[in-house]
Design a protein around this ligand. Structure first.
Ligand SMILES: *Cc1c(COP(=O)(O)O)cnc(C)c1O
Length: 256
C-alpha cells in the first residue's frame, strides 16, 4: 500500500510540497539551444509529458510492475491504444465474448476497416484457446472479471497458450485493478485500465492507461506518440489524488 501513497512523489523537485504541481502547459521555453539539447528526453512539449503526467505514470508504473505506462484520455481510448500497439493489417485477434461493449464496437468497426479480423471466444476457454489460434493470430484479449457478467478467466493458462504461438496478451484489468490483479505477473503483455472507474473513484474524471512489459514498451511508446494521446492536467491531478485512497476504498468495496 505504501506505493499508492508515495508513488510519483518527489518532494525535492516540488519545492517540498507533498503533491506534484498541476502543470497546464503546451510550449516549453528554453533560454538557449544548448539548454534545450541538455534537457532532451525530459520536457519538450506538453503532449509529450509534463511533471504532472510523469508523476501519474510513474506512480501507475510502480503499481503495475511493468516497464512503461502510457496515459489516455478515457478507458476506451486506452483499449484502442493497446489494440493498435499489438495489431496491424492482416492480423487476427481473439477477443473474449464477455468484453466491454465499446471494445467490441472498436473491433467490429475500426479494426475491421483497418484489415484486422476479430473472432470471439468463450470466457471459460482456458488453455484450449490454442485450438482457436490461426497462423496470423497476433493477440489474445482477456477481460477478467468480464463485463457485466463477471466471468473470471484463467489468465495464466491463456497467456501460456498465446505466447507458445507467438501472440501478445492484452487484458482489460479495469474491474480487478492492478491492486488486486498484477496482470504482468500472470503473463499479460499490455494491461489496460479505465482510470475513470476505481482510480478516479468519485465520478469526476475520464482517463485510461496502458501498462506494457519490457517486450512491448517500445511499441506502446511509439503508438501512443503517433496517436497524440494525452490527458488534461486537472484530470491527472484527480487521478493522483484518487490513487492515494485506492487501497482503503477497494478494501471497503470488497468487504461490503
Ligand atoms: C468503463 C470501462 C471502460 C471504458 O472506460 P471509459 O473511461 O468510460 O472510456 C473500459 N473497460 C471496462 C471494463 C470498463 O468498465
Amino acid at each position: 500500500m505504501t506505493e499508492l501513497v508515495l508513488g510519483g512523489r518527489s518532494s525535492d523537485e516540488q519545492f517540498g510540497f507533498v503533491n506534484p504541481p498541476v502543470v497546464h502547459g503546451s510550449t516549453v521555453l528554453w533560454s538557449t539551444v544548448a539548454d534545450f539539447k541538455a534537457a532532451r528526453g525530459r520536457y519538450t512539449y506538453g503532449r509529450r509529458g509534463t511533471p504532472t503526467s510523469e508523476a501519474l505514470s510513474d506512480a501507475l508504473k510502480l503499481l503495475e510492475g511493468g516497464q512503461h505506462v502510457a496515459l489516455a484520455p478515457s478507458g476506451v481510448s486506452a483499449v484502442s491504444l493497446a489494440l493498435m500497439t499489438a495489431l496491424k493489417s492482416g492480423d487476427h485477434l481473439l477477443m473474449v465474448d464477455t468484453v466491454y461493449e465499446p471494445t467490441r464496437r472498436f473491433c467490429d468497426g475500426m479494426l475491421r476497416r483497418m484489415g484486422v479480423e476479430t473472432s470471439y471466444y468463450d470466457a471459460s476457454v482456458g488453455a484450449h484457446v490454442s485450438d482457436l489460434m490461426r497462423p496470423n493470430t497476433k493477440a489474445v484479449f482477456v477481460e477478467s472479471p468480464g463485463s457485466l457478467t463477471f466471468e473470471v478467466q484463467d489468465v495464466p493458462a491463456i497467456a501460456g497458450a498465446a505466447h507458445a504461438r507467438g501472440a501478445a496478451v492484452i487484458m482489460d484489468n479495469t474491474w480487478a485493478t492492478p491492486l488486486f490483479f498484477k496482470a504482468h505477473d500472470h503473463g499479460v503483455d499490455l494491461a489496460v485500465s479505465a482510470g475513470t472507474k476505481y482510480l478516479g473513484g468519485h465520478a469526476d474524471l475520464m482517463m485510461g492507461w496502458v501498462s506494457a512489459n519490457a517486450a512491448h514498451a517500445a511499441a506502446l511508446r511509439t503508438t501512443h506518440g503517433a496517436l497524440g494521446l494525452c490527458c488534461g492536467p486537472d484530470d491527472m491531478f484527480l487521478a493522483l489524488r484518487g490513487l492515494r485512497t485506492l487501497g482503503v476504498r477497494l478494501a471497503h468495496h470488497q468487504a461490503a
